[in-house]
Structures are given as structure tokens and as C-alpha cells.
Design a protein around this ligand. Structure first.
Ligand code: F6R
Length: 242
């Protein structure tokens, strides 16, 4: 059973990306100076490309303030593998967004950086919509499976499954940073709306576990069952186990 979750199934990755872009752009049109939460990863790349097309057609994203979910640590912002670099190349410059926030991958005190990031988020005001992807192990942000839901922003060791999954973007797995800074579950759950994008057969089982299984920190995304306004945009392959 799907509780509180609006599930939209699209034929393929392109259609999923277009649908998600339309939903996001409509939200920004309704709150052009609002706070929005962004994710990186492969899944939202198509949505970001769609949004860039919409900007070329006149959509205006320049008034929003953004907060990203996470960043590796340590990593330099001009490192091509950093989320800061990804966001600048794929999102901020193409969409003309200037008020941007990411956890600082060069922070000398990463624990302190988490506190500061959380404070910035709290001061920024209501987050209108948080974009999410889901890890193969059910993580959201870099909130990895564990014994408890990690409420606060945290400096976390990456799960081996995450290191293995993200190795595709590096020369080899040894290059993947072992730690990251991540927004916590509480801040994610405080967003007024959540937009979760999921693509591909490889995510089918974990998506089904997250949306229809027990709510457990072993599957961090399962907490979304308790959020009042979640939209999941999945392609047919990702939705095939639902
Ligand atoms: C990225 C993030 C991660 C990804 C997840 C899925 O900022 O927070 O939780 O959303 O690892 O990644 P992809 O889309 O590459 O499968």
C-alpha cells in the first residue's frame, strides 16, 4: 500500500525527466523567491537538462535559493568529481541560479560544518520542494542504512555499497572519498514537498522496499512514507516491483 505518496510512472528516463522538470518548474513559478533543495547523481541529470531548456524558453529560476543535500569530504569545489562542480556545470550556470548552498567539502572541521549548514538551512526559511534520488541501498542524501534515522546533518562514512556505486564516476573505487557531509533526515522531512526521481531496473527492489516495506533506518528512504507530500516520478523499469 502506498501511504501519502503520489506515484507517477513514465515510460522511460526521458519522459521521467520531463515530468519531473515540469513539476519542479511549476513549483518555482509558484514561489519564485523560494528555497529549494537539490540532489546530484545520475538520476536528475535529465531533469536539469530539461529545466535548462525551459529557461531558454523563458522560465526564470534566478530568484530561488538552493541547498544541496550533500558533498564529499574532503574534496575541492573545482574537482570535477565534487558535487559543487556538478552543480555549477549542470545546474547553477545553465539555470542562472546565484543563491546557492552546498556543504563545504574543504571545511577543516567537518562536524562544525554540519552544524553551520543546518543553521543556514534553518535561517533560510521553509523549503518549498526537496529533490531526491535514492541509493541502491535506500539512502537519501548520504544518510546510509543504520540502526537509527540520523536526524541532524552529519559527517558520515560512506557505505561500501555507495562507494561501489559511485566508483563509476571515478577512475577506480580507491578514488572515491570515504566520507561525506549530508543534510539529515529531519531537514529533508521538513521540506513542504518532496520530489523523488527513480530510474532503471536496478532501483526497482529498493524503491518497492522504501515505499511499501516497513519504515526502518535500514532503508532510510522508507521514512518518506511519513511525509505528507511526496511525489515519486519513476520510469516503468524502476516501478516494476511496485
Ligand atoms: C546525491 C544524493 C544521493 C543520490 C543517490 C542516487 O546528491 O544525495 O542520495 O541521489 O545516491 O544516485 P544516482 O542518481 O546516481 O543513482
Amino acid at each position: 500500500m502506498l501511504r501519502n505518496i503520489n506515484l507517477i510512472i513514465e515510460a522511460d528516463y526521458a519522459a521521467m525527466s520531463k515530468k519531473a522538470a515540469d513539476i519542479f518548474a511549476r513549483e518555482v513559478a509558484g514561489a519564485p523567491a523560494g528555497v529549494f533543495g537539490f540532489a546530484t547523481g545520475s538520476t536528475p541529470e535529465g531533469m536539469y537538462a530539461e529545466l535548462a531548456k525551459q529557461r531558454a524558453d523563458g522560465a526564470d529560476f534566478s530568484g530561488i535559493t538552493t541547498f544541496n543535500l550533500d558533498e564529499y569530504h574532503p574534496i575541492q569545489p573545482d574537482d570535477a568529481q565534487s558535487y559543487a562542480y556538478y552543480m555549477k556545470q549542470r545546474v547553477f550556470d545553465p539555470l542562472g541560479i546565484v543563491r546557492t548552498n552546498l556543504p563545504n567539502g574543504t571545511a577543516p572541521d567537518p562536524v562544525r560544518e554540519c552544524v553551520d549548514y543546518e543553521n543556514k538551512l534553518a535561517i533560510a526559511g521553509d523549503m518549498m520542494m526537496q529533490i531526491l534520488g535514492i541509493g541502491n541501498n535506500g539512502h537519501i542524501g548520504f544518510n546510509e542504512p543504520g540502526e537509527v534515522f540520523a536526524a541532524q546533518a552529519a559527517y558520515v562514512p560512506l557505505a561500501q555499497a555507495t562507494i561501489d556505486a559511485n566508483a563509476r564516476l571515478f577512475d577506480d573505487a580507491s578514488q572515491v572519498p570515504r566520507h561525506a557531509l549530508t543534510m539529515g533526515i529531519h531537514a529533508i522531512m521538513m521540506a513542504k514537498k518532496i520530489l523523488l526521481l527513480v530510474s532503471g531496473q536496478g532501483k526497482a527492489a529498493i524503491l518497492a522496499a522504501a515505499l511499501t516495506g516497513p519504515i526502518t533506518p535500514q532503508v532510510p528512504a522508507s521514512i518518506l512514507q511519513l511525509h505528507p507530500h511526496v511525489t515519486v516520478v519513476a520510469d516503468t523499469a524502476a516501478a516494476s516491483a511496485l
